[in-house]
Write a protein that binds this ligand. Structure first.
Ligand code: ZN
Length: 92
């Protein structure tokens, strides 16, 4: 079954994005329509922190652009020592 996308807004820039849940709902994928931004894949625990912090959002907005330049997606998760971690990953 292919993922079904819903309309939402990008957690980084607030512009409209298509979103879908993956990994049994533990992660959200955002396909941002803003050409100055990019696509991301964010775990549910990481999303809570991103929503709570303007600084974190601005930090990752820079990173999401770097990933996009490589045609990749910014993945943000929470590591086992409870730190936010990010990486550019291949598109699914
Ligand atoms: Zn965006």
């Amino acid at each position: 079954m292919s993922p079904s996308f819903n309309d939402s807004s990008c957690p980084f820039c607030g512009v409209s994005a298509q979103t879908t849940k993956i990994s049994h709902g533990d992660r959200d994928v955002f396909l941002c329509s803003n050409s100055e931004c990019g696509d991301s894949e964010i775990s549910r625990t990481a999303m809570k922190r991103i929503k709570d912090s303007f600084d974190i959002r601005s930090e990752y907005q820079g990173k999401v652009k770097l990933c996009k330049a490589d045609n990749k997606v910014l993945e943000i998760t929470v590591s086992s020592n409870n730190e936010l971690q990010s990486a550019c990953i291949e598109r699914r």
